[in-house]
Write a protein of this length. Structure first.
Length: 103
């Protein structure tokens, strides 16, 4: 005698359909996440290269600045611009304060 159970067959088909859909959706999600990961890694590498270039430019600017402000070079410019060296310079000093209370 053969017993047919149509509900069990429908449950198996439903399970396999859900399994295939889950695998398909998971695969699509994996592809998108992998692409996002690769893009992030590329951006990090690009930023590292830009930082290295900026550090190189900064070093070159510092070297140029230190070369221009070298004391021996500045002393050579003194006679050309008729400058004198102040032994005790007074920076922003006045003998009398300019304010309303001083009058």
């Amino acid at each position: 005698m053969t017993i047919i159970k149509p509900t069990i067959q429908k449950n198996h088909i439903r399970f396999f359909v859900l399994l295939v859909i889950t695998i398909f959706v998971g695969g699509i999600f994996y592809v998108f996440e992998y692409n996002a990961f690769v893009n992030a890694r590329y951006r990090v590498t690009t930023l590292k290269d830009r930082i290295a270039d900026a550090e190189t430019r900064n070093t070159k600017l510092k070297n140029a600045y230190y070369t221009m402000t070298d004391p021996t070079r500045l002393e050579a410019l003194v006679p050309a611009y008729h400058l004198t060296l102040a032994r005790q310079p007074e920076y922003l000093t006045q003998s009398k304060w300019v304010s309303d209370s001083s009058h």
